[in-house]
Write a protein that binds this ligand. Structure first.
Ligand code: DAH
Length: 352
């Protein structure tokens, strides 16, 4: 029996040494330490042995079993190491290779332009006033001096949410940021109705128009509205502020000009152009050969609008302006298709 145990141990250890991988080791385990392995059969047979033989054989069988278990654990470690170093050999690491660049998130080009505009106006003492995206027909049009059937309404075809055209309470997505003029003036005036405080704000936000989507027009776009109301504000203040804005936005030497324009909520109204920065004013396809690029609409706040905002037009005056920031971004980066802004195409967005 003792020599049988020696043989069992020898056989098992020899077999163990020839295992080459994890699978081989598993097979070995079943064959040499599994339920019907030779060593286990020795335990089964202990009962049939003579009483005096039993302790000695039993002890030896236990030793062999433990020795096999220990040898298995050691072999497992050896095979594992070998596998690791094989992997290291085949997947050799070249530590001199440049690292993979980290993918950074970035700000949308419209956001970048908006922030630049905020910064410039902040330096001039303007605060940001946020107004709502969903407006009533009354605020979006009527209080801004658009009469019910004014043709300018058709210039701004609207997404109506509830009700219809020219009903005071009809709801629509704002077609421009100008209704924020009324909301902000009313809020300021409410703080001191007899002597309303001056207003100096910009109103940024998304606007919506029910239009055919083309390379030049989108159904949603950002505008930044500006509003300054106080005593003794003149067209000079308007021109000075917007000229300064243009220089800070486009460079100290940029040429600007004001042209007469028309908006129902301002009187007089104007449009501001800057010298085409593509051709320097000579004329090119970007400026349609005029040498000028239209940047914004502006004017002196109409007395009716001041009145609707809670400011007495006999004592107060003000100016307002509005610009589309996608247009500004398109001009600055020579982007030719406005649809890029909301297409979420990484190839476009990663360029900014
Ligand atoms: N609301 C006008 C538009 O959407 C832009 C505008 C023009 C705003 C003149 C103004 C302004 O405040 O004075 O086209």
């Amino acid at each position: 029996m003792l020599s049988e145990l020696e043989q069992i141990e020898k056989n098992a250890l020899a077999a163990l040494n020839s295992t080459q991988d994890e699978a081989g080791l598993m097979e070995w385990h079943v064959a040499h330490l599994g339920r019907s392995a030779p060593i286990m059969r020795v335990f089964d047979k202990l009962g049939q042995l003579a009483k005096e033989e039993r302790p000695m054989i039993g002890k030896r069988a236990n030793e062999v079993k433990r020795a096999l278990e220990a040898a298995e654990a050691e072999r497992n470690g050896v095979l594992h190491q070998a596998a690791l170093s094989r992997a290291l050999q085949s997947e050799r690491l070249d530590v001199t290779l440049p690292g993979r660049p980290v993918q950074h998130g970035r700000l949308h080009p419209s956001t970048q332009t908006l922030r630049k505009v905020y910064r410039i106006f902040a330096e001039m003492g303007f605060q940001v006033y946020r107004s709502r995206d969903v407006e009533t027909d009354e605020y979006n049009f009527q209080l801004l001096n658009f009469p019910p059937h004014h043709p300018a309404r058709e210039m701004q075809d609207s997404f109506y949410i509830a009700g219809d055209h020219a009903e005071d309470n009809a709801l629509l997505l704002r077609t421009h940021t100008s209704p924020g003029q009324i909301r902000s003036m009313r809020e300021y005036a409410a703080t001191d109705p007899k002597n309303p405080p001056p207003v100096r704000i910009i109103l940024p936000g998304m606007c919506y128009r029910y239009e055919q989507i083309t390379a030049r027009s989108e159904i949603q776009f950002n505008q930044v509205e500006g509003l300054a109301v106080g005593k003794g504000i003149t067209f000079c203040d308007l021109k000075g502020t917007l000229s300064d804005f243009a220089r800070r936005m486009y460079g100290a030497h940029v040429q600007i000009r004001f042209r007469a324009g028309h908006f129902p909520f301002t009187e007089p109204s104007a449009e501001m152009d800057i010298e085409c920065f593509v051709c320097g004013g000579v004329g090119c396809p970007v400026c349609k050969r005029t040498g000028w690029l239209e940047i914004l609409g502006c004017g002196m706040v109409h007395p009716i609008v001041l009145q609707n905002g809670g400011y007495d037009p006999r004592q107060y005056s003000g100016y307002a302006f509005g610009m589309g920031t996608e247009r500004i971004t398109m001009l600055a980066h020579r982007i030719e298709d406005i649809r890029n802004f909301w297409a979420n195409d990484m190839r476009f967005l990663q360029q900014f």
